[in-house]
Ligand binder design. Structure first.
Ligand code: NAD
Ligand code: DAU
Length: 353
């Protein structure tokens, strides 16, 4: 038995692969294009482990994907591969269209051909699980109920629009071709191996480096935060028992304004790694120009996943964020390695000097 994980060298994908192999001996084939966000160092602990095969390549390479499917005969494909950063999608949407839409389409085509050749018993067991985002639902008013699976799709950024398109393709491959698909739409993740272009790892990194902590606009935008390992557990559960063709919202029941998240990070850092001058890291907070089209609020109603499959997050925001800060303090060399040349170019483009 074996599963193929695409995008498994990125933030969530690598946590998923590591957690999978910590809990099971079922082989994992990781397919990852190793873009700026993919990092083999995340999977370094699996070096020499016969249960893991790493393949460098794109989900958009139909021939490669077909060859991997034929060779490894997986019982499931779990698709994390994507361009994932909203700000980058605003500066340059093209990669998002190519990977998230065209790439997902090519992947689906290869999987459809493979699935069509399987005997009936293996077809019955096969799953294609597509990992998506709450951003496809758009932005919520302050007091509106959290997103459930029946909310209308209203994506607002090139990133969320490209993810919405990929979700629709996945749905269509079930409806039209009978491909056994599952889709998860998750809120903001945080935890180990989070690339420091995203709010939480960026703030930890900048704080320790004595740099400013950039808050877009008024800092009152709300996100629902979920510890990455809880997301991985939810995906395993949906893969195991989700109803075919269904979508499941995944969230942490942890709505926080950005400024509150940054203040919490500063307080934990003040305690665990105080500044030498005795000042709080809060003094480094700087309000900067807002993100164009910035969604004001996301909130996820994950009650379907709890009701049908018994999943709930294990971490609260307070426990998860403390673990996360400690991980970054303990893994400064990982941060140093990913914040090299190309990363600095991005900071210049996004935040100026
Ligand atoms: P990430 O940017 O950290 O990782 C993406 C990975 O995909 C990288 O390893 C990259 O090299 C790889 N990749 C990119 N293009 C590829 C291609 N054409 N072929 C193969 N691999 C390719 O992203 P992440 O935060 O780990 O997100 C993973 C998935 O989860 C994405 O689909 C994202 O939309 C979704 N998601 C993320 C969050 C979040 O908070 N980070 C929340 C909900 C859903
Ligand atoms: O909601 C799920 C989504 O969460 C995922 O689909 C995306 O892949 C993931 O990147 C994340 O998107 P966000 O745009 O919400 O995450 P980001 O960390 O970029 O920003 C979180 C919030 O913090 C958002 O309101 C923008 C704000 N922000 C971000 C950065 C990088 C700042 O105020 N300052 C910053 O420097």
């Amino acid at each position: 038995m074996c599963v193929i994980v695409t995008g498994g060298a990125g933030f969530i994908g690598s946590n998923f692969v590591l957690d999978w192999l910590a809990a099971s001996d079922e082989k994992v084939v990781t397919l990852d294009a190793l873009t700026y966000a993919g990092n083999l160092e995340n999977l370094a602990s699996l070096q020499g482990d016969a249960r893991h095969v790493f393949v460098a390549g794109s989900i958009g390479d139909g021939e490669l994907v077909a060859r991997l499917l034929d060779e490894h005969q997986p019982r499931a494909v779990i698709n994390f591969a994507a361009e994932s950063h909203v700000d980058r999608s605003i500066h340059g949407p093209e990669d998002f269209i190519q990977t998230n839409i065209v790439g997902t389409f090519r992947l689906l085509e290869a999987v459809r051909a493979y699935f069509g050749k399987l005997p009936a018993d293996r077809q019955a067991a096969f799953r294609f699980l597509h990992v998506s985002t709450d951003e496809v639902y758009g932005s919520l008013e302050k007091d509106a109920p959290a997103f459930n699976e029946n909310n209308r799709y209203e994506p607002n950024s090139p990133y969320s629009a490209s993810k919405a398109a990929s979700d629709h393709l996945v749905r269509a491959y079930d409806h039209t071709y009978g491909l056994p698909v599952l889709t998860t739409n998750c809120s903001n993740n945080y935890g180990p191996y989070h690339f420091p272009e995203k709010l939480i790892p960026l703030v930890i990194h900048n704080a320790l480096a004595g740099k400013s902590l950039p808050i877009y606009g008024d800092g009152m935008q709300i996100r629902d935060w979920l510890y990455v390992k809880d997301h991985c557990a939810a995906i395993r559960r949906v893969l195991e028992a989700g109803r075919l063709g269904e979508t499941y919202n995944v969230g942490g029941w942890n709505e926080k304004a950005n400024i509150e998240v940054v203040n919490t990070l500063c307080s934990i850092l003040d305690e665990l790694s105080p500044r030498q001058d005795g000042e709080s890291y809060r003094t480094q907070i700087t309000y900067v120009k807002d993100r164009p089209g910035h969604d004001r609020r996301y909130a996820i109603d994950a009650s379907k996943l709890e009701r049908e499959l018994g999943w709930r997050p294990l971490e609260t925001f307070e426990t998860g964020i403390r673990k996360t800060v400690q991980w970054y303090l303990d893994n400064q060399s990982w941060v140093a390695n990913v914040t090299s040349g190309a990363y600095r170019e991005w900071l210049g483009k996004q935040y100026g000097a």
